[in-house]
Write a protein that binds this ligand. Structure first.
Ligand SMILES: Nc1ncnc2c1ncn2[C@@H]1O[C@H](COP(=O)(O)OP(=O)(O)OP(=O)(O)O)[C@@H](O)[C@H]1O
Ligand SMILES: [Mg+2]
Length: 343
């Protein structure tokens, strides 16, 4: 019997999954009993010495790890906990949106993390749409290599991989009621990804190799503070509406948020001003998502910077995705479900 067929009390997982492979997190969306379920793992690992911690202890505590040679690698959310106990940094398989060229252990780590969020396929060859960055305008990153490696890792897990651009997935997720017309901007950890579509036809895709990590790094550097302290403050208390009585770290974060948004808008203006851009009569909706868009006041900050930017096209609403963290995996799921129906 096919796993997708419902047995008596068993839940039914629909065929077709969406997976968002990000610099900071790997997220997956799938449909079970007609409800969308999201799963997430931190895209990070931490190396420990086998002599200090036996595999048994990790097994007892159900901690995800990989054992290789004389080392044990704790992966995902547990890695962060270990790193903070040992006062060290985690390592990341991805850097600036693509597989890190300097991290030799990247492949087995991503393989394990992908497996842990996507699980077994409902049937062999089930379609999984995975998000990929668009070509970056400001960095020479090997996006093609990255796409092929992730496809291979998904194939090894029993899926039929299909790629979808991160910004475009955001449009599929959020702009159905607007005829899939608008600009989707995903502000992530390593990158900002942008797509512009007209009635679901992609007109423009690009990425910039700056994001939340860049904000943390430069804010920390400006104040000579540990990056982890700056990241924690950013994620737990930053309010971009508040412009008075800011701590030095909040002020630095606010300044680098401005820089990132201005940098994105400048590049977007340049791309939209190109001669081959189609003329669209109606004002365009812009949808914002990604972990870096989470602080209170982000959408307002974006709006005010855009308003004074001499933007080349008429902008309608500027909205935040209903679920900014999961919108990309949800868009990939929309593509996967529609494709699976036609299979
Ligand atoms: N509440 C929050 N406030 C501000 N920033 C946050 C918050 N939560 C997470 N972040 C930041 O969001 C970033 C991760 O966002 P996201 O999960 O969208 O990235 P990603 O998809 O993994 O990366 P990318 O798309 O760039 O490859 C990190 O920089 C993280 O510090
Ligand atoms: Mg992302």
């Amino acid at each position: 019997m096919d796993k997708s067929e419902k047995k008596n009390n068993e839940s039914k997982i629909q065929c077709g999954k969406g997976i968002d492979i990000g610099t900071a997190f790997i997220k997956c969306a799938y449909k079970e009993d007609n409800k969308v379920i999201y799963k997430k793992q931190r895209n990070a690992f931490f190396e420990i010495d086998q002599s200090d911690y036996s595999k048994n202890i990790l097994d007892t505590h159900k901690i995800k790890y990989i054992a290789k040679d004389k080392e044990l690698y704790v992966v995902g959310d547990d890695a962060l906990e270990f790193a903070s106990i040992f006062r060290k940094e985690t390592r990341r398989p991805l850097s600036r949106g693509v597989i890190s060229p300097t991290e030799k252990k990247a492949f087995p780590m991503i393989q394990l993390l992908i497996k842990s969020v996507i699980g077994e396929p409902v049937k062999q060859g089930e379609i999984a749409y995975y998000s990929v960055p668009a070509d970056p305008l400001d960095a020479d990153l090997n996006v093609v290599y990255h796409r092929d490696i992730i496809a291979e890792l998904l194939r090894n897990t029993g899926y039929k991989p299909k790629e979808i651009k991160e910004g475009y997935a955001l449009i599929l997720s959020e702009l159905a009621e607007r005829d899939f017309t608008g600009i989707g901007i995903s502000f992530g950890g390593g990158m900002v990804n942008v797509s512009f579509a007209y009635k679901s036809i992609p007109i423009l895709n690009f990425s910039l190799a700056k994001g939340g990590d860049w904000i943390d790094h430069y804010a920390a550097k400006a104040l000579n503070e540990p990056t982890s302290t700056v990241t924690r403050i950013k994620e737990t208390m930053l309010d971009l509406d508040n412009i008075k009585e800011l701590s030095s770290i909040e002020s630095a974060l606010s300044i680098f948020y401005n820089h990132l948004i201005e940098y994105l808008i400048e590049h977007l203006k340049q791309q939209l001003s190109k001669d081959d851009m189609p003329m669209i009569e109606k004002p365009i909706t812009i949808v914002l998502a990604g972990g870096t868009s989470l602080p209170k006041g982000f959408t307002g900050r974006f709006k005010s910077i855009l308003e004074r930017s001499n933007f080349p096209i008429a902008v309608g609403e500027i909205i935040s995705a209903a679920n900014p963290v999961n919108a990309v995996s949800n868009g990939a799921l929309v593509a996967a479900l529609s494709d699976s129906e036609n299979q």
